[in-house]
Design a protein around this ligand. Structure first.
Ligand SMILES: NC(=O)c1ccc[n+]([C@@H]2O[C@H](COP(=O)([O-])OP(=O)(O)OC[C@H]3O[C@@H](n4cnc5c(N)ncnc54)[C@H](O)[C@@H]3O)[C@@H](O)[C@H]2O)c1
Ligand SMILES: [Zn+2]
Ligand SMILES: [Zn+2]
Length: 377
């Protein structure tokens, strides 16, 4: 008996309120409406942004609850709603936290990946029609960035999903749904890291390690990994870091240490922590001769303080969302790069857990013991 057209009862991790652990619940996932796709998820990575949404009120808003978090998933299309042309039942897919409709002004511009399709609704954690397809205990459950991958099934708009290679291992390529694509693209697309350059990457979680991988692929000469947790340094080496600095080992500010190490400053600095003080340090670590600082970490909303001369005299501060990738076309190519050995993914996965262990995955992340935990559904 097929499930098409029927409500599916399944397991999901529900966030009932901010600051409280997720609760494993039976939820109902409605069939996809027009231009929507229902996905049977196989795996989901756990990203720092999921944790921030739950536990760091100053970083993200609005934060509607109840909610199913998770946005780094991969699965197989279970069924499609009327009018869907981009994917079919049985396709392996990755849901996209950023649409690529291919038609809006921004999709047509090479300058940005911020497609306007479904943007407003998905930021409110809803689908395009302003509702969600998930309910629990008779309540509508919001879908994090319009996705919700901490669930056995989900429904997403067809512009927020992309078909990937049928051989792709879903428990690895899920990481391309956010963290790895973000860090890698921040280096190669946004920073445009150059061959022979000196780079500094702040924060060696999955996002920062992927940024290191991007710097390496761009043939940077020196790649300095910076983290307050020295356990991350071995990982950084795997992805191509040539040196490490722990700010805690120095009495001087980290930007001074880096300027001394690099004869005046680095060519590229990537902030993958999500801390305004680190953004400023990263900018100040850049060379006055055209140094480029890329903000990748999700900082609290509000003001950023900078030394104005830094910008006036020619440094650049940029931001990067989803690594600057045009989502629907880039993610399948990144999957192929992984299959062809041009991109590392397995090395990010330090823990493979079940959906029931999602709170453990959060604990492993904030205690610095994991790079990525992947939940298998
Ligand atoms: N821009 C985007 O599109 C995007 C996408 C995904 C994630 N993010 C953000 O990127 C950031 C990193 O995500 P992640 O999943 O890799 O997180 P993570 O928690 O796995 O890694 C963060 C790392 O930063 C280190 N750190 C903390 N404070 C530091 C400091 N003062 N100096 C140096 N290192 C420090 C931690 O020890 C840890 O290793 C988060 O803010 C996340 O929300 C942004
Ligand atoms: Zn668009
Ligand atoms: Zn993320």
């Amino acid at each position: 008996m097929g499930t098409e057209g029927k409500v599916i009862k399944c397991k999901a991790a529900v966030a009932w309120e901010a600051g409280k652990p997720l609760s494993i619940e039976e939820v109902e996932v409605a069939p996809p409406k027009a231009h929507e796709v229902r996905i049977k998820l196989a795996a989901s990575g756990v990203c720092h942004s999921d944790w921030s949404y739950l536990y760091e009120a100053d970083k993200m808003s609005p934060r509607p609850f109840p909610l199913v978090l998770g946005h780094e998933g991969a699965g197989v299309v279970e069924s499609v709603g009327p009018g869907v042309t981009k994917v079919s039942k049985g396709d392996k897919v990755i849901p996209l936290l950023l649409a690529q409709c291919g038609q809006c002004e921004r999709c047509l511009s090479p300058k940005t990946n911020l497609c306007t399709k479904n943007w407003v609704q998905t930021r409110q954690c809803l689908l395009a029609d302003g509702t969600s397809r998930i309910t629990c205990r008779n309540q509508q459950v919001h879908q994090f960035i319009g996705i919700s991958t901490f669930s056995e099934y989900t429904v997403v708009p067809e512009d927020n999903v992309t078909k990937i290679h049928p051989d792709a291992p879903l428990d690895k390529v899920c990481l391309l749904g956010c963290g790895v694509s973000t860090g890698y693209g921040a280096a190669v697309n946004t920073g445009k890291v150059e061959a022979g350059s000196t780079c500094a990457v702040f924060g060696l979680g999955a996002v920062g390690l992927a940024a290191i991988m991007g710097c390496k692929s761009a043939d940077a000469k020196r790649i300095i990994g910076i983290d307050i947790n020295p356990d991350k340094f071995e990982f950084a080496k795997t992805f191509g870091a040539t040196e490490f600095v722990n700010p805690k080992d120095h009495s001087k500010p980290i930007q001074e240490v880096l300027r001394e190490l690099t004869n005046g400053g680095v060519d590229f600095a990537l902030e993958c922590v999500g801390n305004v003080a680190v953004v400023r340090a990263a900018l100040e670590a850049c060379s006055p001769a055209g140094g480029v600082c890329v903000m990748v970490g999700w900082t609290p909303k509000g003001e950023l303080s900078l030394v104005s001369e830094d910008i006036l005299l020619g440094k650049t501060l940029k931001g990067s969302y989803f690594g600057g990738w045009k989502s629907a076309e880039a993610v399948p190519k990144l999957v192929e790069d992984y299959i062809n050995g041009r991109l590392l993914l397995d090395e990010f996965v330090t823990h493979t857990l079940t959906l029931d262990q999602v709170n453990e995955a959060f604990d492993l992340m904030v205690s610095g013991k994991s790079i990525r935990s992947v939940l298998k559904m």
